[in-house]
Design a protein around this ligand. Structure first.
Ligand code: MGD
Ligand code: MGD
Ligand code: MO
Length: 776
């Protein structure tokens, strides 16, 4: 850290000069600056590798180099010159490493050798791949039932890795697939599948170029999907409306700029007039969307009375939907005062949003974690669907639904069958193709996996990427659950806390990243991924791996499978000798992947198709379904209210600009004006004073939940911030200890990470950051 931690206003626009300067700094700070630059230039280009950052897609016609600041960070972070090797582990015991921050851990570099935890010395020691696989097989064979093992997946795994993984796990005998998606966009999949018969976004990149309005709800693209700023900016330039809903004034949404256009950056952003920025209450979006729908209904009735053109798309509704009557009754039955109170907006603001919505012939609704990490997230998603159905905004060019995915292949992993509640069709297809008895009972999601490990019902944890210990809620309980296992295995690129929260036995299996050359028996391999627009393309690593001991994810999965199952149900070694073999298996089993290998030859890849976008509705009624969900009477959970005390604030946990989920690239959050520290909590100044504190003071955050467990994080600095009263925001993963394991969505198991009821107390114990601050 070059400077003392501090807070100051950020004046520039998002993704402009500030961003490029930061990219340059991260390159120059790297040992591999030139190599990285060369690698970067291939990102998302034909023949290069797919950006390991987010799941945003590009126009297939556009073959210019596309990258963004945070994609650059992701590539650079993977291509570090630093190594975490056997000497490193000889130097540090696991307890010594556990005292370090998450930032420090990941900064140490790439994991280079397979390592086994030795409890006697509390050190990781070098092991061979064969010994590691034998240990896994031994533990898996020792279980009373395959359902006592948990197989986690993080969304960076390629299609090839994910398909092989699910085949191994199902052949072993379980559907226990906890997945990062459980903590992420699950509500989008559930909400859309019930109503539209498809759990994925209905738009492609080109639709963004045709839309008259793009609504961005609960998403911070300036940080998390920077390449999305360009189509937003283009939309505003051609006169389309961009309407944002976010309680925080996110810099990237206020002004749109793009690092590819230096001239425009000189203007330092502009405030366009056809945009609006609404700041709802946390969890208020269902009320907002319903309010908009209520205005449409009012205007529809007025138009009918006056004989003016209809507001609803009656032809679409009649031909393609079911359930409109019940939905309109629900609209009438939801009173304005309840909507206004819950939305956090004024009725006039809702009317303004409704006018903007009505004005547009073609509307795209985009959303992310601000929508999906609430108790009633499925209902929020379905209210967005309801609204779009009223005006036929699904399945026409320039219109549709776009849950903007997180991890670069999280959507593909689901498509490949990483699903604890697999569809019968998938299981039938697997059984027919591979001729084994496929397990039919539903398995564990992330929350159920933690409970099973906590209660000793699961004894083996295997993580294909990710950082389960930090990404999940209720950190203390999750850590205890992992420690309760007989074996924990992490297939990873970088050191993180999950390696330090060990079972009796533990393994670290170092894998190649997507940027690296993956050499197998038949030569260098490519892997495929699916972006948020359901485009599938191939990605070829370009950089030489840091260590000859690292292996690709498919190779590691094949090794575990071979050791555990032998050549059942396939010859694993043959499958990974040439990934085209894996793709042939995928083509045999997964719909939409017919002639997979041949179709990959197409530059830019191919689109998987989307039935809802074609207006074919694979729902129970054969139509798109309106959902007359009741507005929640109370957003605060009954288990909070049961305690009898009122929360001081509702906390949302979110990402800074310098992090990728639990990976911290740095300690700054430039657009929010935070430099060199992460233990901060953003609160409205009036709330700070109401609670009897001063801005800058250090406090403890204590979450309210009626189970007798104290959930507290200590030494957070109060930052007076432009956030609506009653709300607070702080970074994840530091605040995950506050999220109760039992506080998850209705119809999903997604932790309510954007709605945590908290008390704010004078700091009990200063943590290390607070102590450092005291000296400045
Ligand atoms: N650089 C970078 N890129 C990433 C990631 C990363 O960590 N770093 N993570 C990736 C992943 S896995 C994901 S899922 C995505 C996440 O992408 P985002 O969803 O953009 O991530 P969050 O930081 O959680 O931001 C949530 C946004 O929603 C707002 N919000 C919170 N609650 C509410 C609410 O109730 N209503 C409304 N309207 N808004 C609300 C917050 O103020 C914040 O702006 O990004 C992906 N891309
Ligand atoms: N409180 C709170 N909690 C949240 C969220 C929130 O907003 N608030 N967001 C949730 C969301 S949206 C998500 S998606 C999850 C994320 O949960 P995860 O996906 O589990 O977490 P990541 O931090 O993305 O994982 C980082 C680790 O992945 C490993 N890694 C990186 N690249 C590769 C690779 O190519 N292969 C392999 N095998 N390993 C690799 C590295 O070792 C790195 O340490 O967290 C969730 N948790
Ligand atoms: Mo995510």
């Amino acid at each position: 850290m070059s400077q003392d931690p501090h807070i100051r206003d950020y004046k520039g626009a998002a993704a402009g000069w500030g961003a490029l300067k930061s990219v340059t700094k991260s390159w120059l700070g790297s040992d591999n600056a030139f190599k990285n630059l060369r690698a970067m230039l291939k990102t998302n280009q034909n023949g290069g590798f797919d950006c390991p950052g987010c799941a945003w897609g590009e126009s297939p016609e556009n073959d210019t180099v596309k990258f963004c600041e945070n994609g650059a960070k992701a590539v650079n972070w993977e291509a570090t010159g630093r190594s975490v090797d056997p000497a490193f582990f000889a130097r540090y015991s696991v307890s010594a490493l556990a005292d370090q921050t998450d930032y420090w851990l990941e900064f140490q570099g790439r994991l280079t050798h397979p390592m086994r935890y030795d409890a006697a010395t509390d050190h990781y020691v070098e092991t061979s791949w064969a010994e590691a696989f034998a240990l896994i097989a031994k533990h898996l064979h020792a279980l009373e039932s395959p359902d006592q093992a948990e197989f986690y997946t993080s969304g960076r795994a390629s299609n090839e890795a994910a398909f092989l993984y699910q085949l191994f796990v199902r052949a072993y005998g379980t559907n226990n697939f906890p997945d990062c998606s459980n903590m992420c966009h699950e509500a989008s999949g559930v909400g859309m599948a019930q109503t539209l018969g498809v759990g994925k976004g209905t738009v492609v990149f080109h639709d963004l170029e045709l839309a008259d309005a793009i609504f961005v709800i609960g998403q911070n693209p300036g940080t998390n999907h920077p390449r999305m700023l360009e189509p937003l900016r283009e939309a505003v330039k051609r006169g389309a409306q961009v309407v944002c809903f976010n309680p925080l004034k996110e810099r990237g949404l206020e002004r749109f700029q793009h690092p590819q256009h230096p001239l425009e950056m000189l203007s330092n952003g502009s405030e366009p007039t056809n945009t609006a920025y609404f700041r709802p209450a946390l969890g208020g979006d269902m009320a907002v969307m319903r309010g908009i729908a209520k205005y449409l209904l009012q205007w529809e009735r007025e138009a009918k009375a006056k004989g003016e053109p209809a507001v609803f798309d009656h032809a679409f509704i009649a031909e393609h939907t079911s359930g409109i009557e019940a939905y309109l009754q629900t609209l009438d039955a939801t009173p304005w005062p309840a909507l206004v109170a819950q939305s956090g907006l004024t009725q006039a603001e809702i009317e303004q949003a409704a006018r903007m919505y009505r004005k547009a012939e073609r509307v795209i609704m985009c959303w992310a974690m601000g929508v999906t990490q609430h108790r009633h997230s499925v209902a929020i998603v379905q209210e967005i669907v309801n609204l779009q159905l009223l005006r036929g905004n699904v399945g026409k060019p320039g219109a549709g639904l776009s849950p903007v995915r997180g991890h670069s292949n999280v959507q593909g992993d689901r498509t490949m069958g990483i699903d604890e509640k697999p569809k019968t069709a998938l299981l039938d297809a697997l059984q027919a193709r591979f001729e084994f008895q496929v397990p039919r009972t539903h398995g564990h999601n992330a929350v159920l996996a933690i409970k099973a490990m906590e209660e000793g019902r699961a004894k083996v944890f295997i993580g294909l990427g990710g950082n389960f210990a930090q990404a999940t809620p209720d950190t203390a309980r999750t850590h205890a659950a992992l420690r309760n296992c007989a074996l924990t295995v992490q297939i990873s690129t970088k050191l993180n806390r999950s390696h330090l929260v060990t079972g009796g036995d533990a393994l670290i299996l170092p894998c190649l990243g997507r940027t690296e050359i993956d050499l197998q028996a038949s030569g260098p391999q490519g892997v495929t991924v699916e972006d948020t627009f359901s485009m599938v393309h191939i990605s070829h690593g370009q950089l030489r791996p840091r260590s000859p001991h690292m292996r690709s994810e498919p190779w590691i999965i094949a090794g575990m499978a071979q050791a555990t199952l032998g050549k059942h149900p396939i010859d694993w070694e043959h499958a990974v000798a040439d990934y085209a073999h894996i793709r042939s298996l995928i083509a045999d089993v997964i719909p939409g992947f017919e002639h997979f290998n041949e179709r990959l030859q197409q530059p830019g890849g191919f689109h998987l198709g989307n039935h809802a976008a074609d207006r074919t509705w694979r729902t129970a009624t054969g139509k798109a379904q309106f959902s007359p969900n009741a507005l929640p009477a109370e957003l605060v959970n009954a288990q909070v209210l049961a305690r009898g005390d009122k929360p001081d604030l509702i906390l949302q946990t979110l990402r800074s600009h310098d992090q990728y989920n639990t990976t911290l690239y740095g300690l700054d959050d430039r657009y929010r004006g935070v430099f060199g520290l992460r233990e901060v909590v953003f609160v409205n100044e009036a709330d700070i004073r109401r609670m009897g504190f001063e801005p800058g003071e250090h406090v403890d955050l204590v979450s309210l939940w009626d189970d007798g467990v104290e959930r507290r994080v200590s030494g957070f600095r109060l930052v007076a911030y432009d956030v609506p009263q009653g709300q607070a925001a702080a970074y994840y993963p530091e605040t995950n200890p506050l999220v109760p394991l039992e506080s998850y969505g209705e119809g999903t198991s997604t932790p309510t990470s954007k709605f945590v009821a908290i008390k704010v107390e004078k700091a009990k114990a200063d943590n290390r950051i607070a102590a450092a601050l005291a000296t400045d």
